[in-house]
Write a protein that binds this ligand. Sequence first.
Ligand code: ZN
Length: 143
Amino acid sequence: MADCIFCKIINNEIPSRKVYEDDDILAFLDLTQVTPGHTLVIPKKHVADIFELDEVLAATVASKIPTIAKAIKHSNPAIKGMNIINNNGTLAYQSVFHSHIHILPRYDEQDDFSIHFGDHSENYTPEELDSIALTIKNKLEGY
Ligand code: ZN
């Protein structure tokens, strides 16, 4: 896609610090470096988000994540953990609309990355949860 910053990185129209590349995917340092070693893994084919990603391309991208994650971890003995996240849509903090997976090495509780999982389980009856699960299950049967 002509005006996509990640497609320009793939095509070497914009410089990047690449750490892995093959025919299908590219991994490079995120400019923001939320934590040291923060890396993005992207498919070379332009797809905006998870909703445009098919199973084959998703599997291709996902298959390299463990190897890249291990290399990042072994690159720095200070890395104590790792978050791997994929944001979809502006509300979900996606800012570049070429699907990408963030690999975020974690160093300590003050390393400027946080994620909050609120527990709202008390707000639902078992019947409401059954209904939510059944609705999603029925949608899956359409794919
Ligand atoms: Zn793109």
